[in-house]
Design a protein around this ligand. Structure first.
Ligand code: ADP
Ligand code: MG
Length: 408
């Protein structure tokens, strides 16, 4: 008997739930697609392309819609002999400056073996090499810079490239930039001259609501999961969870995939809501752990303090109460205490990471203050703390208190 045996009881195409899958159809984005097509129209008409800037949280379909529409566009312009369209896509996630992005673009355009080194040239030299390559391609060239916010403050390329034609560097090539960003702050922080050109056309992708996510998930499940592989309610639950949290289709898809994997390990034939619940806790815990790895020891302790308050069923609670609990924890674990102000800063950081949520209270004479509580399930939070903090005794006590109070 073979030791490995194919299962495939739940999934008929699990890859369809993965990162690299490109869906055949896009659901629920008709308005965005219309606006996007409108921004791309000059290309079809044979004019210089617009520069387009697309922003929205992660998982809202920016990359998927872009890939889908540019494929359609490339097919459709073949009808016009006087339009020759090339699309160059680069994900900037690991490229942290204009220089690195420009090198990457040059090397994408050059044949294997003729790549340039990623260090050692003056920046203008790399830009010139890029213009040469673009001229050699000629025609209309769309350059897609996905996750362009990674480029950070060294954004000269975003200024130079749209001006290359009017500055005389390009003649044969008509270049359009499509910048995609998960980070709205990036747009705000752009140099006004860059903003003017790059954001010539702007498209915002809002988060999906539960109904939209349900439709997206349903049509994906048809491709990915065997018939009868999902109990009724499973897709809606995944959609509802993701809608409440992030409005991200990626989150909803990840949830469904992990739920399917759990059903598989349990040798089941269908995914039930129980697997979705378990998948959700697991993903949430991963998120908390990821966030926690970024924290300093004191940041972790600040979080443990809120967890301890939650165990006593005393959250939401204000920063001053958290501070009292914090000094108590520090004493019992033999750590130095930070000033209240620093602990406050740690609480804000935890809020940014989505681990805590805060509510502003108005209290007349004494001004406004914030009340904090966990924004992740109690169990995920304390389990994650177990792995990163060496405070076994304190954590054990908190668990016992939580059980007494029926928390978690
Ligand atoms: P973003 O680039 O905004 O972070 P993606 O485009 O990568 O998000 O979308 C995340 C996942 O959700 C991908 O697997 C994508 O195929 C899927 N997806 C997002 N929006 C839609 C949609 N409207 N229709 C079908 N699939 C979608
Ligand atoms: Mg993307």
């Amino acid at each position: 008997m073979p030791r490995f045996e194919r299962k495939r009881r739940i999934f008929k195409n699990k890859d369809a739930l993965g990162e690299s899958y490109q869906p055949d159809s896009i659901e629920e984005r008709d308005e965005e697609i219309d606006a996007y097509m409108d921004a791309l129209q000059p290309i079809v008409d044979g004019w210089e392309p617009n520069n387009i800037f697309i922003y929205g949280n992660t998982g809202v379909g920016k990359t998927a819609v872009t890939e889908y529409l540019l494929d359609v566009l490339q097919d459709d312009v073949e009808a016009y002999d006087d339009v020759s369209l090339s699309v160059i896509s680069v994900n900037c996630k690991t490229l942290n400056s204009s220089y690195q992005v420009a090198v990457e673009l040059v090397n994408t355009l050059r044949p294997t073996g003729a790549e340039i080194s990623s260090t050692g040239y003056p920046q203008q030299t790399v830009f010139k090499k890029l213009y040469e390559e673009l001229e050699a391609v000629g025609g209309t060239i769309l350059i897609v810079l996905d996750e362009v916010d990674s480029i950070g403050e060294k954004d000269e390329l975003l200024y130079e490239l749209p001006r290359a034609r009017s500055n005389g560097y390009l003649d044969e090539a008509k270049v359009g930039l499509i910048g995609i960003s998960n980070d709205f702050k990036f747009r705000e922080q752009l140099d006004p001259r860059v903003k003017d050109t790059l954001c010539e056309r702007e498209l915002q992708f809002p988060p999906y609501d539960a109904t939209e996510l349900k439709n997206i998930l349903e049509s994906r499940a048809e491709v990915a999961v065997v018939d009868e592989g999902c109990e009724s309610g499973v897709v809606s639950l995944c959609a509802a969870v993701a809608a409440r949290d992030s409005g991200s289709a990626r989150q909803a898809l990840d949830l469904l995939r992990l739920a399917g994997e759990l059903a598989e390990t349990r040798d089941a034939d269908t995914i039930t809501e129980a697997e979705v619940d378990d998948a959700r806790s697991k993903l949430e815990q991963e998120r908390v752990e990821e966030g926690m790895r970024e924290l300093t020891a004191h940041g972790r302790l600040a979080l443990l303090t809120v967890i301890s308050k939650a165990a006593k069923d005393e959250t939401p609670c204000r920063a001053s109460d958290i501070y009292q609990e914090y000094t108590r924890l520090c004493e019992s674990s033999g750590m130095d205490t930070l000033a209240q102000r620093s602990v406050h800063n740690h609480l804000s950081d935890l809020r940014m990471l989505g681990i805590l949520s805060a509510e502003e209270n108005r209290s007349g004479s004494r001004g406004n203050y914030y009340s904090y509580e966990l924004d992740v399930p109690f169990t995920s939070a304390i389990d994650a703390m177990d792995d990163v903090l060496r405070l076994d005794r304190e954590i054990e006590t908190i668990r016992e208190i939580a059980v007494m109070n029926n928390v978690g």
